[in-house]
Ligand binder design. Structure first.
Ligand SMILES: Cc1cc2nc3c(=O)[nH]c(=O)nc-3n(C[C@H](O)[C@H](O)[C@H](O)COP(=O)(O)OP(=O)(O)OC[C@H]3O[C@@H](n4cnc5c(N)ncnc54)[C@H](O)[C@@H]3O)c2cc1C
Ligand code: SF4
Ligand code: SF4
Length: 421
């Protein structure tokens, strides 16, 4: 895949010319504008939705920083802009389109049909908490007429410890992916290749696990008015029949995490088998069987900046949400939100020890804290009743002059933009 310029060049090695110019679109919104407003501005949350949205497959993922980059000609169709939750997608509008009360969306956790505290009936080695996601997906893979595969995450085989997407077609493969990885696997960007490389039926049904921003991308594309007119053949996301959101308040930047582990703990990513939020701190599980306890503050520098603008901690547009908060040790909190979620839960219930959860106060408190943080960080207005799409000019008006303003490219160094965008 193509290499892109580093986002944060070392001091004294800045490839950019000192310019404040960010060229306005010539009537079209191109990938270049998304790149300047989100990726170069260090606001990308690596959801991969822009890659999945591009009808001409012009966007790929750069090896250098695992951010989207142009790999061929951009037609200026604006799909990537409209699908990015840090650019043209007013992500907080998605749940209200599905009928959720704007008040719930702003202060709470969106629409919930049923809530459970649950754990896998059979032990799931390496599960993050209750092993509920693993048990649910394994049961669905075994249920006739349910799913053909599940998109989960695993550690990359290259020893970096970074999350990478994986298509599991058997319960054993799902179990091998148990546990949480705090970097983004970019599954929406890789979905087409994953499906092509797997031995699946012609029109497979998939479950997809992801952070709330990833699920927003799936929902936004499902909602897209361009969908019918632009895609003559099924796109990879058309195969997603069930979405499972992992409750999330922040994901970690690949490089940032590596720096924190090396600087604070003298650890290589390969020395670490897992991380978990424990109370006010983080537990680092070590490959040698030991563990380190770290204050949350040590990891602050590794948090993706764009996550601070996210007010969707509980994945309000998913069919099912699973998180830790709100349940006892060894359990996960499972929220059923849709009919599809209800059908999936009913099928998997025999493999779970699940009890109804009446008190969702801790989940609501987490969501409210997260939404407050987002409203403070965002330069635009947070508006669950606004238009779903935010025009480029409106974004510029809100973000220009702030510390989250678009960052211009140096076209002399990034020649692909002269040719392709
Ligand atoms: C970045 C991040 C931040 C989180 N922060 C919180 C939080 O603040 N509060 C909270 O309550 N819960 C949080 N969670 C969710 C929590 O860590 C557990 O994933 C969740 O409770 C499910 O646990 P489990 O034992 O039921 O899942 P398991 O049975 O262990 O299964 C987890 C599944 O998720 C997949 N997976 C792991 N990492 C990723 C990833 N990065 N992207 C997509 N799929 C993945 C695995 O492959 C596996 O299929 C976070 C998760 C992530 C990824
Ligand atoms: S936040 Fe998501 S949609 Fe936006 S640029 Fe990054 S990967 Fe693409
Ligand atoms: S905090 Fe929000 S934007 Fe960041 S990874 Fe989690 S869901 Fe995505």
């Amino acid at each position: 895949m193509a290499q892109r310029q580093p986002r944060t060049p070392a001091v004294g090695d800045d490839p950019r010319e000192p310019t404040t110019d960010v060229s306005p679109p010539d009537g079209k919104v191109r990938f270049r504008h998304l790149d300047e407003a989100v990726i170069e501005a260090d606001r990308c949350v690596q959801c991969g939705a822009c890659v999945a949205a591009c009808p001409s497959d012009s966007i790929g993922i750069a090896d250098s920083d695992r951010r989207p980059t142009l790999v061929k000609m951009c037609t200026g169709c604006s799909r990537c802009w409209d699908t990015c939750p840090r650019a043209g997608l007013r992500y907080e509008r998605l749940p209200t389109l599905e009928g959720a009360d704007p008040e719930d969306v702003t202060e709470g956790i969106g629409h919930v049909e049923d809530a459970y505290a649950a754990s896998a009936a059979e032990d799931v080695p390496d599960a993050q908490h209750g092993g509920v996601v693993t048990a649910l997906l394994a049961a669905l893979l075994e249920a006739p007429g349910s799913i053909d595969a599940a998109v989960v995450a695993d550690e990359a085989a290259d020893g970096t410890g970074l999350a990478t997407p994986k298509l599991a077609t058997t319960p054993a493969e799902v179990r091998a992916g148990a546990g949480t990885l705090f970097t983004q696997p970019l599954q929406l960007a890789e979905l087409g290749d994953l499906i092509a490389d797997a031995d699946l039926p012609a029109d497979p049904d998939l479950a997809l696990v992801g952070t709330p921003c990833v699920i927003e991308g799936v929902t936004a594309l499902d909602r897209s008015p361009y969908r019918e007119s632009r895609f003559d053949e099924p796109r990879p996301l058309d195969h997603v029949d069930l979405t499972v959101a992992l409750t999330c308040t922040q994901a970690l930047d690949d490089e940032g995490l590596e720096h924190v582990l090396a600087r604070e703990y003298d650890l290589d990513p390969a020395d670490v088998t897992g991380l978990d939020l424990v109370g006010q701190g983080i537990r680092i599980d070590l490959a040698n069987g030991g563990e380190e306890r770290a204050p949350l503050s040590d990891f602050e520098g590794a948090i993706l900046e764009g996550c601070l603008e996210c007010a969707d901690a509980t994945g309000q547009t998913a069919d099912i949400t699973v998180g830790t908060v709100g349940s006892r040790q060894g359990e996960s909190t499972l929220l059923v939100r849709t009919d599809r979620g209800r059908t999936a839960f009913d099928r998997a219930e025999p493999t779970l020890d699940a009890r109804p959860l009446a008190d969702l106060t801790p989940v609501e408190q987490l969501a409210e804290w997260n939404a407050d943080r987002a409203r403070e960080a965002m330069a635009r207005e947070y508006d669950p009743e606004g238009d779903l799409w935010i025009p480029y000019a409106e974004h510029r008006e809100a973000y220009d002059g702030t510390d989250r303003a678009p960052v211009a490219f140096n076209p002399a160094r990034v020649h692909q933009y002269e040719e392709w965008c």
